[in-house]
Design a protein around this ligand. Sequence first.
Ligand SMILES: [Fe+2]
Length: 445
Amino acid sequence: MTAPETDPTTTETDPEALRNRALASLTAARDRTTLLTTCVDEPDLTAQHSPLMSPLVWDLAHIGNQEELWLLRTVGGREAMRPEIDGLYDAFEHPRAERPRLPLLPPEEARRYAAEVRGRVTDLLEDADFHGTRLTESGFAFGMIAQHEQQHDETMLITHQLRKGPAVLTAPDPEPVQAFTGPAEVLVPGGPFTMGTSDEPWALDNERPAHPREVEPFWIDTTPVTNAAYQAFIEDGGYDTERWWAPEGWAHVRQHAVDAPLFWRREGGQWLRRRFGITEPVPPDEPVLHVSWYEADAYARWAGRRLPTETEWEKAARFDPATGRSRRYPWGDTDPAPDQANLGQRHLGPAPAGSYPAGESPLGVRQLIGDVWEWTASDFLPYPGFRAFPYKEYSEVFFGPEYKVLRGGSFAVDAVACRGTFRNWDYPIRRQIFCGFRTARSEAV
Ligand SMILES: [Fe+2]
């Protein structure tokens, strides 16, 4: 094993540049929040579209409340603006199913509150000190809050997908591409690499610290598994064949009569899907979306393969065999550009498998960042040397075997909340999230 090397980062120390980055990230998040909460009317904002989700108006005021709590009160030392609402917007105090019955701020008041918080945060940023504490260093707290808002924007986009009724969101589809004709899989060499990060300024606690990991050589799919490939699993009786399934997965699909990805239905011999209020044929070349970990795991077994571990996924995404170094992103150390990854809700779905050649990893693996969150085989666990920061409820309370790790972000994730080291987690039965997968196999198999 080699010692962890120093991560390449774009560490910025100039306060003016940090201020600009913080403000631009917060503004981009608010623009997206505004888009997602103004395209529906008041009854839609206060309705609960699924017991899995909050009413949109809860997310809106929660975004403002977390921003007030961390930036104005904790960093800025200001008094609480509305202490009586803190409990309503504490995600741990009230599970999602309960939130519609709370005396939430009505939409106009929630908007005003979030805007007032933002106005004060903008003032605070004017003479913010980016040194001194771990929370303020490199503008971390501002970056954390911009990521938090973008994560809720993704959550709100999931609510939009679950919402019944006509389409209210529009975005151009990704540019059509020629069918991908490259190799179906690539070999990732065994040996050590550096996983996680110690130096990325806005990385969250669960991505830290950088540490050495050893993997055996393995093969990984060049692109995420497509709808066409997944349909072959369905046509082959995949959902009716117990041996492909983990026992809990088999029990789950039997009990809930699951026989296709969420939002799919079959009509006249054709698979259709509902996407943000529009019903359309399932496009064969797109990465499959809205499958649970159990479905991904069963597909992989049917295909004679397996899900990659989280460590394997990160090595495929970040390891550069020419230098032995781990990159920030598959393509290098620069922030994502539009020709490298499908991020930030520019589109309302993934791009065809094989898109974004400019975003491929040194080993030639594509679409690791953006498009679809990718289920991995791994449970969500802390890295060696993990320290909860700035609060236990960000990650630590979720560590354990009940959650599986997802990697790489989706079309609904903004670049500020997506890195080669970024870790997401969810229950293995979840399907409403923008999740897909790719498969792997050990070299000797
Ligand atoms: Fe939150």
